[in-house]
Design a protein around this ligand. Structure first.
Ligand code: DX5
Ligand code: ZN
Length: 217
C-alpha cells in the first residue's frame, strides 16, 4: 500500500496562494480546509476562493468541509471540479443522500469523523464512500498535537475497510509530521494531511518527499 501526502494550505500564506500551490507540485493533492466559524471556531475560505484555487492548482483538490450547512454546500464543491469532497457526518442531515449527490457530480466522496465520533455506527455507509477521514486533532486549527488515542480508531477503520471489500482511502488529518506519520501508517492510514509539517519548513517539496518516504517505510 503506497501512501499519499496531501499538504493543507491552512498553514500557507493566504495572500500568495498561487505561489504557495506551486511549492507543493510534487504532492498527491492539496487539502483545502473550509471552515465556517460555526461547525468549528475558525473561519477560512469559501466557494469563490476554492474555485480560483481549482483553476491554478498544479495538483487535484481534496476539499475538507468543516461547515454546518454541508448538505447545501458540498455538491457545489464537487461541481467546481474538486477531486474529492469530504463532509463531517456530524454536520449532515442525510449523509447517504449527500454522498450520492457528490458522486453524481463527478467527485470522490469523503466522510470525516471528529475525534469523539466513533466509527462503528457508520460502517454500513462505507459502500457509499471513497474516503474515510479520521481526525487526529479537534478540527479547527493547524499546528495541534497528534492525538495518539485515535490510533485504535484508525485500526478499527482499517479492519472494517479491508473486511468490506470496498476501495476506500483511509485519511488522517491533524498533527501529522515526521514524528507521527509512521504510527498512523502502521495503524492503517494511507492518505496523510500535513499542514504545518509541510508549510512551516523552508522547502515544502522536500518535506513532502520525506513524509512520503516515512509513510511508505
Ligand atoms: C484542522 C485541519 C487540518 C490542518 C492540519 O482542523 O482540518 O487540515 O490544516 O494542520 P496540521 O498538519 O498543522 O495539524
Ligand atoms: Zn483538514
Amino acid at each position: 500500500m503506497s501512501c499519499a501526502i496531501h499538504p493543507s494550505i491552512l498553514s500557507a500564506d493566504f495572500v500568495n496562494l498561487e505561489t504557495e500551490l506551486a511549492r507543493i507540485s510534487n504532492a498527491d493533492a492539496v487539502h483545502v480546509d473550509v471552515m465556517d466559524n460555526h461547525f468549528v471556531p475558525n473561519l477560512t475560505l469559501g466557494l469563490p476562493v476554492v474555485s480560483r484555487i481549482q483553476q491554478v492548482s498544479p495538483v487535484p483538490l481534496d476539499v475538507h468541509l468543516m461547515i454546518s450547512e454541508v448538505d447545501r454546500w458540498a455538491p457545489e464543491y464537487a461541481e467546481l471540479g474538486a477531486a474529492s469532497v469530504t463532509f463531517h457526518v456530524e454536520a449532515s442531515a442525510a449523509p447517504i443522500r449527500l454522498a450520492r449527490e457528490i458522486r453524481q457530480r463527478g467527485a470522490k466522496v469523503g466522510m470525516a469523523l471528529r475525534p469523539a465520533t466513533p466509527v462503528g455506527p457508520y460502517l454500513d455507509l462505507l459502500a457509499e464512500l471513497d474516503l474515510l477521514l479520521v481526525m487526529t486533532v479537534e478540527p479547527g486549527f493547524g499546528g495541534q498535537a497528534f492525538l495518539d488515542v485515535m490510533l485504535p480508531k484508525i485500526r478499527r477503520a482499517r479492519a472494517a475497510i479491508d473486511g468490506s471489500g470496498a476501495q476506500l482511502s483511509l485519511q488522517v488529518d491533524g498533527g501529522i509530521s515526521a514524528d507521527t506519520i509512521q504510527r498512523a501508517a502502521e495503524a492503517g492510514a494511507d492518505v496523510f494531511v500535513a499542514g504545518s509539517a509541510v508549510y512551516n519548513t523552508p522547502d515544502p517539496a522536500t518535506a513532502i518527499t520525506q513524509l512520503r518516504n516515512l509513510g511508505n517505510s
